[in-house]
Write a protein that binds this ligand. Structure first.
Ligand SMILES: *Cc1c(COP(=O)(O)O)cnc(C)c1O
Length: 342
């Protein structure tokens, strides 16, 4: 059993959080002369610091209580907050499994937290034997990404479960792409594992990258810590409203996801026959990682035609990562790929 108390940084444990002007009285009606706001205008009031309306909507949709939900200014803010809550700079470590989402490393460097890096196997799965040997006590956090960016695959449930049961720190499972996958989310299992944090986002399937809304699901204890450390007004009122609206058009979102997944299958079939494409990795996401003959050249020639893909040559040799766009955008990419000379 993990002891959350031992994992929290002492300064965070001792912290008395900023008490925001609206913490004590949160009703909509009243004469508000407490926060030095301008009484005129339409965006003149500070936003709800705990985003109650948006959380209620998420709660109903996911059958998870609001007390198990935290909202961040994108998942990226939540990743940063987790480092700050659990990892003493220069002392505690975190574990990541490259090739994976690059923010885990950037955020660790900003926070001066050393990383233990355990590369994924050639099949992009956890090297579980090495992971189990390395789960030392000073490793406070492990960032798993499943489905993984940039490889597109889902991590084996048995491996993740083994880690959840035996690792004496917090296990974060980043599910930014879960809506595109047919595999099970870890969301329903937060009550089973007190050290589990599931991250999701409005930036991908919900088509709301501009609004910056990331979601963490976890035990009430972990959610309270995130609330304690976050900037009081971390999500603006227009963005909270945008989040609620995005969830209200559930049917439309489901149609988008279906279309994107169908387009993905079409793209696989069309890319496969191209000479320069050597391999297409299986994908549970809205992107494809493909191996090409010369990724740097392909990337540069596409840029010249104003088509921007992600060159992942530096993390997986000779790969480019292609997001599935509209049918028209996908056609343009294929047309451009056919003009490439290596
Ligand atoms: C895109 C992405 C996110 C989203 O981050 P936001 O800050 O919520 O936009 C998170 N994790 C992974 C792995 C991603 O690829």
């Amino acid at each position: 059993m993990i002891d959350l108390n031992k994992l929290i940084r002492p300064n965070i444990k001792a912290l008395r959080p900023y008490s925001s002007a609206r913490d004590e009285y949160s009703k909509a009606a009243g004469v508000f002369l407490d926060a030095n706001e301008n009484p005129y205008g339409s965006l003149n009031r500070y936003p709800d610091p705990y985003q109650k309306a948006l959380k209620e909507t998420i709660s109903t949709l996911r059958s998870i209580e609001p007390k198990n939900i935290f909202l961040g200014n994108g998942s990226d803010e939540i990743i940063d907050l987790l480092y700050r809550i659990f990892c003493e700079p220069g002392i505690d470590k975190a574990m990541i499994f490259p090739p994976t989402y690059s923010m885990y490393k950037v955020s660790s460097e900003i926070n001066n937290v050393n990383l233990v890096e355990v590369p994924l196997t050639p099949e992009f799965q956890l090297d579980i034997k090495t992971v189990m040997e390395l789960r030392k006590t000073e490793v406070k956090l492990a960032f798993l990404c499943s489905p993984n960016n940039p490889t597109g695959n889902t991590l084996f449930t048995e491996d993740v479960e083994l880690l959840l049961r035996n690792f004496m720190g917090i296990v974060v499972i980043d599910e930014a792409y879960i809506e595109f996958s047919h595999k099970e989310s870890w969301l329903k299992r937060i009550h089973e594992f007190p050290n589990l944090v599931v991250l999701q986002t409005f930036s991908k399937a919900y088509a709301l990258a501009a609004a910056r809304i990331g979601v963490a699901y976890a035990s009430q204890e972990i959610i309270s810590l995130l609330n304690k450390v976050k900037p009081p007004y971390n999500i603006s009122t227009p963005n909270q409203v945008a989040g609620i609206k995005a969830l209200a058009i559930k049917k439309k979102t489901e149609r988008y996801i279906k279309t994107i997944n169908e387009e993905k299958e079409k793209m696989i079939a069309r890319l496969k026959v191209l000479d320069l494409v050597l391999e297409i990795y299986p994908s549970d996401t809205n992107f494809l990682l493909i191996v090409v003959k010369d990724a740097n050249k392909v990337y540069k020639q596409l840029i010249r035609q104003k088509i921007i893909v992600r060159n992942r040559n530096s993390v997986v040799s000779n790969t480019i990562r292609i997001t599935i766009g509209t049918p028209d955008e996908n056609k343009k990419l294929l047309k451009a790929l056919k003009t490439i000379t290596l």
